[in-house]
Design a protein around this ligand. Sequence first.
Ligand SMILES: Nc1ncnc2c1ncn2[C@@H]1O[C@H](COP(=O)(O)OP(=O)(O)OP(=O)(O)O)[C@@H](O)[C@H]1O
Ligand SMILES: [Mg+2]
Length: 276
Amino acid sequence: MVLANAVTQPEGVRLLLEVENLTKIFGSARNEVVAVDNISFGIYPGEVMSLLGESGSGKSTTARMILRLSKPTKGRIIFKGQDISTLKDIDYWRQVQMIFQDPFSSFNSFYSVHSFLGKAFRLTNNHLSESERTARMEQSMESVGLNAAELLFKRPHELSGGQRQRLMIARALLIGPDLLVADEPTSMIDASSRVGILNMLMDLSRKHKMSILFITHDIGLAYYTSDRLLIMNEGKIVEEGTAEAVVDAPAQPYTKRLLADVPTLRKAWDEEQELA
Ligand SMILES: Nc1ncnc2c1ncn2[C@@H]1O[C@H](COP(=O)(O)OP(=O)(O)OP(=O)(O)O)[C@@H](O)[C@H]1O
Ligand SMILES: [Mg+2]
């Protein structure tokens, strides 16, 4: 299928990630759920790409396959030219990190924040002293608005959902991946701090050429933060294009419906521009 708003590949720039004909089917032959249905897309180095769609459209399943947490039923995922199924976990996860929708499932309640963050250094090649590591941990916590002095030796169950989500972001920052897959990364963070944290992620993307696959229901947040949007419906990608192209001239009825839920999007942005 030719997507109306599809972006053509800039000459000479190689894709960081290529998803080719990816399919995930759950269940048995009699009762199968096609969660992801033959999707293909690519992400360039330093690009922020949003994956949007209603609940159940297959976004998290796509993310889990990219992170190698779930095996594709069909299709391939290529990272820096290599099929990810051939790479070692540690080599892959040093370069591709994640922030989950549900931060509760990501922690072992046995470890303190300090040891949770400390494990991130196993994925990095630097040889830092204990005090240098602690200083880096404190720095990354402060950068996501966590009070390191108060929280560094707490256990995850003593933290709020929003604090845990910030901690996941702090950990990803310590590792400094080339691709960050962020599945509803701020769903548990109050609306007033959400934009600040997302802006911080986008700044990092620009400074370090880190690509971000940002998964969200919120087309407004996606529009403000992303270079391109991918619209997913019932396991398929129905539209792809630059954020402006998709929002200004959506080609598919499904995208129009998603946009209809946020009638003030363009207006709010224009007003913000005028204020700036
Ligand atoms: N482990 C699983 N076993 C069976 N079905 C699954 C499994 N994981 C996901 N599904 C199904 O696959 C479909 C896509 O789910 P997925 O979690 O990818 O959606 P999503 O777009 O992330 O939704 P949300 O916005 O609610 O997070 C749904 O129908 C879901 O019920
Ligand atoms: Mg999901």
